[in-house]
Every structure is written in structure tokens, then in C-alpha cells.
Write a protein that binds this ligand. Structure first.
Ligand SMILES: [Zn+2]
Length: 260
């Protein structure tokens, strides 16, 4: 349920029948509530897919305003460096709206985790999105066990358990379908790594101040699909039960126990 200010803002937009995008109110003190932030991203992607992007807040006025008043992004996006996955475009957002971390394979290691911590702790963003994408070269390289140099090998190391899990969860799968399964598993892996490597992020998620969601971007259709976690992470941390995300973790079931 959107907050009262957002509801009244959206109601005002509807009443005025103005073709403005969702994010225009400015109440940075509390940060945009996670569900509202998610709504803004969903709406923006819907516009993008429909070819109705409004390119809001990308002008000189917005540039000056954010330079003078500082940045207050409403969402953090950890995604791949792939040039076909531009977050501000695919979510139809402007300057100062998204705090973006891009790295091959959208992995979450020390630098990425620290950057997310900065977005949560210092900038007050309350939604963290891990965004994987179709035909990801980094994930494909890991699934194919391609030979890469030492730096790249280090970079894609966190993808290895995701690829292994995709294989074990989908016996007999190979080629593009296996890569697709690994891409999804890799989003879940990065989400788990964010919480495992950062007590700060884990606590913010656990207390409901911050929401952590996974998503997949289709580089052909432009559509973002939001993921719900269906299985526990492969190497469950003993503290996992305390850091489970009530928003993305389904109710415990015999097949997918949330506490173990
Ligand atoms: Zn990629």
C-alpha cells in the first residue's frame, strides 16, 4: 500500500490527467517506502516496454537541483555492465533517482556490497534490486567453463555456485536453458551474498526498513520480471533464519524450509 503522501500525489496526477511519471515528490527524510519504490520501477518499466518513456527529470533543471541539494535516490540497482541493460532507461528514471552498481554478472563481492551499504546507510534508499538479464555473458562463461584470465576468473567466482545449483536443480538441462536457469540462480546468489557479507544490509532487510528483491531483464522485450525466492540458498548461513526477507521469502513449506 503506497504511503499517504504518495497516494495523494498519484491521486493528484490521475485527477489532473497529466502524463507525468510517478516519481516527483520530494520527502527524502524518511526515504521512499520500499513498496512505493518498487511501484515506481514497475511503472517506469511498463512505460519503457510500451515505448511511452517520459524521460522525466533528465533536464538541466533537475541536474542543477540535485547538484545543489544532494542525491536522494529511491532505489539501489545492482546489475550487469552489459551495454544492453541501462537501468535509468529501462526503468524510465532520471538524474538522482537510482543508485546503480554495475559489474559483469551482477555479482556481490566486497566493493559491490560496500556500495550498496552506502546507498542504504548514507543515502537512505530503501529498495535494493538485484537485476540479472537474459543472455548474460558472464554467467554463460561460467556455465560453459570458458577460459578467462585471472582477473575475470576472480570476478565471476561468485557465479560458480549459482551455475552449480542450476545444474543440480535441473538435471539434463544444457545450452541456453541451463544458462537461463543459472542467470536466475545467480540473481538469488547475489541477493544472498549481499545479506551474508553485510550485517548492515541483513539487519535493514530483516527489520523491514529495506526490501531486497531480485529481477530479470529481457534484453529483447525490455521487460523486467520480478522474482520471488522459491528455494533456500545453497549454503545456508546459520543466521539465515534471522535475516530472511519477509517480502521475498514465501511461507515455509516442506519443500522449501525457511528455517533450518
Ligand atoms: Zn551480463
Amino acid at each position: 500500500m503506497p504511503s499517504a503522501p504518495l497516494r495523494s500525489f498519484l491521486a493528484g496526477l490521475l485527477a489532473a490527467s497529466v502524463a507525468l511519471p510517478a516519481f516527483a515528490f520530494n520527502d527524502p527524510s524518511a526515504g521512499v517506502p520500499p513498496d512505493d519504490a518498487l511501484l515506481l520501477l514497475r511503472d517506469g518499466n511498463r512505460r519503457f516496454v510500451a515505448g511511452e518513456s517520459v524521460h522525466f527529470q533528465q533536464d538541466a533543471r533537475r541536474r542543477r537541483e540535485t547538484a545543489a541539494n544532494g542525491q536522494k535516490p529511491f532505489a539501489i540497482v545492482l546489475t550487469c555492465s552489459d551495454s544492453r541493460v541501462p537501468p535509468e532507461l529501462l526503468f524510465d528514471q532520471g538524474i538522482g533517482c537510482l543508485f546503480v552498481i554495475r559489474v559483469a554478472g551482477n555479482v556481490a563481492q566486497t566493493d559491490e556490497v560496500a556500495t550498496v551499504e552506502y546507498g542504504v546507510g548514507h543515502l537512505g534508499a530503501r529498495l535494493i534490486v538485484v537485476l540479472g538479464h537474459t543472455k548474460c555473458g558472464a554467467v554463460t562463461a561460467v556455465v560453459d567453463e570458458a577460459h578467462v584470465g585471472p582477473n575475470l576468473a576472480q570476478l565471476v567466482k561468485p557465479i560458480v555456485p549459482a551455475a552449480d545449483r542450476a545444474r543440480s536443480d535441473n538435471p539434463g538441462l544444457s545450452g541456453a536453458p541451463l544458462v537461463a536457469a543459472a542467470i536466475r540462480a545467480n540473481v538469488e546468489q547475489a541477493m544472498e551474498d549481499l545479506r551474508r557479507l553485510s550485517p548492515e544490509i541483513a539487519a535493514a532487510v530483516s527489520f523491514g526498513r529495506t526490501r531486497l528483491v531480485g529481477a530479470l531483464y529481457d534484453i529483447e522485450t525490455g521487460e523486467v520480471t520480478w522474482l520471488e525466492r522459491t528455494t533456500p540458498p545453497p549454503a545456508a548461513d546459520p543466521h539465515e533464519a534471522a535475516t530472511a526477507d519477509p517480502h521475498t521469502a514465501p511461507a515455509p513449506s516442506p519443500a522449501a524450509p525457511a528455517h533450518h
